[in-house]
Write a protein that binds this ligand. Structure first.
Ligand SMILES: [Zn+2]
Length: 315
């Protein structure tokens, strides 16, 4: 049902092949599965598959936790099948890293499987409302109904939560930058961090709701707190510190290039063209450059001017 509806969204929010070190990988219809450590798997979106974003799961000795649920419930069903093939333990938790539809559309699949869905409190507030904007003014009744039927998290937190899958501890931590309601999922005993869309590997980010200054700082926190971790980004391949540094560098470069152009008196179309030319020289090979580069510039210009509209946080 989602396929025709989400085709454009795959183009808008999805993923093309990225770079980064990976270990044993197996290819499935919607994703490539990477084994990151004992009982930890990343499901990396396969280009053109409608998965739309990355996901993954963590197996403890009593239960399983899943990170994000893709853009298409069929992809979530495919991952659930993989989980069942690896363990008979129950899928007890699903953490939504943020509200964007390419990370939550498959929530219903996990709810049906008995999982409790958790997220930062703003995710529950925004999931059925803010996601409407991705369809633009020509949203169809079917698309509207789909967004308004998304399954919401039933456990919400402000700053984070710690979960135990038996003996195995999973730390869910809230950090700012991508939407204003972003969580990362950390597995301390395996040194693995699922970053959601706070980190995009070799891929231009969607900055529609972003605070780039905060996102830069958050990536510095990643490097400081988890210097040798394996990072599973929201989009792009599994990465490490060098990839996080490169992504932070992109955001810094974007902001600085805009400020330099403004320093020369440039604005409007001329500024966009000039900045685009300069960032293309360094980042033109990154995934989604063609789709997101101009948007990244105009949205960051608005942010720097204090004129960017951001979703309103829960009171
Ligand atoms: Zn996102």
């Amino acid at each position: 049902m989602l396929r025709p509806i989400t085709r454009n969204l795959v183009l808008m929010l999805g993923l093309l092949a990225g770079s980064g070190g990976v270990r044993a990988a197996t290819t499935h219809a919607y994703f490539t599965l990477h084994h990151l450590g004992k009982g930890i798997w990343a499901a990396i979106d396969k280009p053109g598959s409608h998965a739309g974003s990355n996901s993954g799961f963590i197996i403890g000795d009593k239960a399983v936790l899943v990170v994000d649920s893709f853009e298409d419930p069929a992809a979530a069903k495919a991952l659930l099948k993989v989980i069942h093939s690896k363990t008979h333990l129950p899928v007890r938790y699903l953490v939504n890293t943020h509200y964007h539809l390419d990370h939550v559309a498959g929530n219903g699949v996990y709810r049906k499987a008995g999982a409790v869905i958790l997220a930062q409190r703003n995710v529950r507030t925004w999931e059925r409302t803010e996601n409407l904007k991705f369809f633009g003014s020509k949203i169809t009744p079917a698309q509207k109904k789909m967004v308004q039927s998304f399954v919401l998290p039933e456990v919400v937190y402000r700053h984070g939560i710690e979960l135990y899958l038996g003996h195995r501890k999973v730390v869910v931590r809230v950090l700012p930058g991508h939407t204003g309601g972003d969580s990362i999922v950390v597995v301390p005993d395996a040194n693995v961090v699922f970053t959601g869309d706070l980190f995009w590997n070799h891929t231009l980010p969607n900055l529609i709701d972003a605070n780039t200054a905060a996102q830069i700082h958050t990536n510095t926190v990643f490097l400081h707190d988890y210097p040798s971790a394996t990072f599973v980004p929201g989009h792009g391949e599994v990465g490490h510190a060098a990839n996080v540094r490169a992504f932070r560098g992109y955001l810094e470069n974007l902001r600085q290039t805009i400020k330099n152009a403004q320093g020369k008196g440039e604005q409007g179309k001329k500024l966009v063209q000039d900045v685009l030319r300069q960032i293309k020289a360094r980042y033109g090979e990154w995934n989604y450059f063609g789709y997101f580069a101009s948007k990244n510039i105009t949205q960051t210009v608005a942010e720097l001017a204090g004129k960017k509209h951001l979703p309103e946080a829960s009171p």
